[in-house]
Design a protein around this ligand. Structure first.
Ligand code: FMN
Length: 166
């Protein structure tokens, strides 16, 4: 059965090794593409109707407010169901020690019974935080495997790490 790589990722301005830089492809998206290339999985990007700001500081504030208010940002598209997939790689950046709230919007739309979720996260120091447990709580009936944490600013040299985890 074909696998799915569902991921959230933001391009635009981000922080790399002490400097702010605009990038065209987000760190988690790069990791997602490595996983898709080595598994033949289908890619699905979780996108908000109203994306966070391109400007890093504004984005930080918006994401913090959404976390504090337990927001569920509307998604610009979703999947009709997960019936075609047993195994789902779920990718997200660490946002304030949690997942972006739009990932919860995505997860809460499905019946997870019998599915296997492989979490992968990009971050700048916090690793996965407590996200494996949060995924397990949100996705009742799913089996959540041990996640992979990738330092976002080092994703370009993480292919072998990602492939061996896969
Ligand atoms: C809103 C926001 C909050 C973040 N919070 C954290 C954090 O709490 N811990 C951490 O290690 N990195 C944090 N980061 C850094 C991102 O997790 C990291 O840059 C990630 O690779 C971004 O992935 P992306 O390019 O796929 O969006 C944060 C970044 C943003 C934009």
């Amino acid at each position: 059965m074909i696998k799915l790589v569902a991921f959230y990722s933001r391009a635009d301005e981000n922080y790399f090794d002490g400097a702010y830089r605009y990038i065209e492809v987000g760190n988690t998206e790069k990791a997602a593409k490595i996983i898709a290339a080595s598994t033949g999985a289908k890619l699905f990007k979780i996108e908000q109707v109203q994306p966070y700001a391109a400007d890093y500081q504004t984005c930080i504030d918006q994401a913090k407010r959404d976390l504090q208010t337990k927001a569920r940002p509307a998604l610009s598209r979703t999947l009709p169901s997960l019936d075609d997939y047993d195994e789902i790689y779920l990718g997200y950046p660490n946002y304030w020690g949690d997942m972006p709230m739009a990932v919860y919007t995505f997860l809460e739309a499905f019946d997870w019974n019998g599915k296997t979720i492989h979490p992968f996260c990009t971050h700048e120091g916090s690793g996965l935080s407590d996200t494996e447990r949060k995924i397990q709580q949100t996705c009742k009936g799913a089996s959540v495997s041990k996640g992979l944490a990738i330092q976002g600013s080092k994703v370009d040299s993480a292919a072998s790490l990602v492939e061996s985890w896969v």
